[in-house]
Design a protein around this ligand. Structure first.
Ligand code: NA7
Length: 534
């Protein structure tokens, strides 16, 4: 179907953002069309079906809180649910609220153009579908544009090669295969620990080792679920005011404890087996070199104690950046994998991958034949999904060019000057671009957007965009906060250094979810004075 049907809102994506936004705006009576590239609901949880994919967020907080009935009806199986359970949950929500009728699948958005004469967005998909809407809400995902390594000959690899986010729905047999994997981020770690028992030989190509925390992932009994459900009102309330949108927040002060007390505290959090060791313990992890050094050392010793071969152990221990200054993955028996004879670890910083020829990875001093090469090489985070689309604002400006020439610029991570009536969720310069439990920020941001749209329409106006000065001020505040942390010193997708040519800049807002919410609420309370409304 091709047409110039005029609706209120086009929503891009059916991940946590798209599903929630579709429900919110349709139940408020807006006409909505949601467009999704995949042929199913789930976003991240649709695409990332690689072995071992699961959340590092507790299920009881990594969910929606907008419906008492939904909270009552859905029971989680595990504390940290696997991809399949999370995908099933999002489908359950969509079916319960009859949302699929607003969604068009296999509809990859390739262009969105703001039409100044009508203050509308014209959105086009790869299969030739077009729609016009007054507002455009981009729920296209923080980690959805795959980042592929630039290795000579990779496109001619004669074995099977795939990026983790393009894992097929049908089972890919790894049994008795020689498998190689590039990348040891959160994804690589989940893949490695899951496939190691199945394959004939596993070669891990590691560029930078990661600090990790062992995951404690109990199954939930019915009794436990009932107990959790009684806590839901408290969880719902608490999560929006914490640093990272979880049910926990920084609890201790590093300096108020002596060294022995700090050690006991770290042991306690370590046993928790969750990200609370990182974002629920000492805030100083993020701000103070000395505190960070002691915590990093604690984690290094934990890693060392689990690896039999001292040379391999040293390769797996991060030495040149501090704990928590890049994403900390949770793991299960990850280090024990390297104690097995059929697993080899190659440090590609010292033994560089020079090229790929046939089914061989050619290193400085070795050639490795593989049946399957897995690319757990991450994403062009935050900006990737937005700049992949031809997004034209006022005066024919293109977001991709604007951000390339002038650097990324947003107001609250939700709006961009020159792109009226466009809203971003979990985008650069908001906590949702890394430092937030995604559903918490989705709830907060989509609700803010709802109020913004309501405000425009209640004034009888047609369009809203942030003023240039408000956007500039937000950028300055964002950078000031980011530069007060240790995060900006470390190379990672948080700072954009994983993508060649991407300007180095901290992508997520580092001031905390609670603080961010206060700032957004101020804008609403001041009747969006920071924006131009016309
Ligand atoms: P990440 O965290 O960006 O990890 C990607 C990994 O791939 C990382 O170890 C990279 O090493 C490595 N990489 C990337 N390109 C290369 C090349 N060319 N050669 C060798 N190694 C390479 O992505 P993930 O998918 O693991 O996780 C993304 C987020 O998803 C995660 O943080 C969670 O929030 C969920 P590097 O560290 O750059 O040296």
């Amino acid at each position: 179907m091709k047409g110039n049907k005029q609706i209120d809102i086009t929503i891009v994506g059916t991940g946590f953002t798209g599903v929630f936004a579709t429900h919110k705006f349709t139940s408020l009576g807006y006409s909505v069309q949601t467009l999704e590239a995949g042929d199913g609901i789930g976003g991240t949880w649709y695409w990332n079906r690689y072995p071992g994919a699961r959340t590092d967020s507790e299920s009881y907080v990594y969910q929606y809180f907008f419906s008492e009935e939904l909270l009552e009806e859905w029971n989680w199986e595990e504390k940290f649910p696997a991809q399949e359970e999370t995908e099933r949950y999002l489908n359950f929500v969509a079916e319960k609220f009859d949302l699929k009728k607003f969604m068009r699948f296999k509809s990859k958005v390739i262009e969105a153009k703001f039409l100044e004469e009508s203050n509308c967005w014209k959105v086009a998909t790869e299969d030739g579908y077009e729609i016009q809407s007054q507002f455009l809400l981009m729920g296209s995902g923080l980690l959805s544009k795959a980042q592929l390594p630039d290795i000579e000959g990779i496109e001619k690899f004669t074995g099977k090669i795939l990026h983790t986010s393009q894992w097929p729905k049908e089972d890919l047999s790894l049994d008795k295969k020689n498998v190689g994997i590039i990348g040891t981020g959160a994804t690589g770690i989940q893949v490695i620990q899951s496939i190691a028992p199945k394959v004939k030989h596993l070669t891990v190509f590691q560029r930078t080792p990661n600090y990790t925390i062992p995951m404690n992932n109990p199954k939930f009994s019915q009794q436990k679920m009932e107990e959790l459900k009684r806590q839901y009102p408290e969880i719902k309330q608490t999560r929006q005011n914490t640093f990272a949108g979880f049910f926990y927040d920084f609890e201790s002060s590093f300096h108020e404890l002596n060294q022995q007390e700090r050690l006991a505290c770290m042991e306690k959090y370590w046993k928790e087996g969750s990200l609370s060791f990182w974002i629920g313990q000492f805030p100083e992890i993020f701000f103070e070199e000395e505190a960070n050094r002691e915590i990093s050392q604690f984690v290094r010793n934990k890693i060392r104690s689990r690896v039999n071969d001292p040379i391999t152990a040293e390769k797996l221990i991060p030495k040149d950046y501090g704990f928590g200054t890049r994403r900390v993955p949770l793991e299960t028996n990850y280090y024990e994998v390297y104690n097995q004879p059929h697993v080899s670890l190659v440090d590609v910083k010292t033994n560089t991958i020079n090229k790929i020829k046939g089914n061989k990875v050619i290193l400085n001093d070795q050639e490795i034949s593989l049946d399957i090469l897995i690319l757990a090489t991450g994403f062009d985070a935050g900006t990737g999904a937005l700049t992949a689309i031809d997004l034209y604002g006022k005066d024919g400006r293109l977001l991709r060019d604007d951000w390339k020439q002038n650097g990324v610029s947003t107001f609250l991570g939700m709006q961009v000057h020159g792109y009226p009536n466009m809203f971003l969720v979990n985008a650069p310069m908001s906590p949702g671009a890394a430092f937030c439990n995604v559903p918490t920020c989705v709830d907060q941001q989509v609700t803010w957007i709802e109020n913004c749209i309501k405000h425009v329409l209640s004034k009888g106006k047609n369009a809203i965009e942030p003023s240039k000065i408000s956007e500039k001020k937000w950028g300055e505040h964002h950078d000031e906060v980011a530069e007060s942390t240790l995060v900006h010193k470390t190379d990672s997708w948080y700072t954009g250094t994983n993508v060649k040519g991407k300007a180095r800049r901290v992508i997520p807002y580092c001031g905390g979810v609670g603080e961010y919410k206060n700032k957004c609420d101020e804008v609403t309370a001041n009747d969006f004075i920071d924006c131009q409304i016309y």
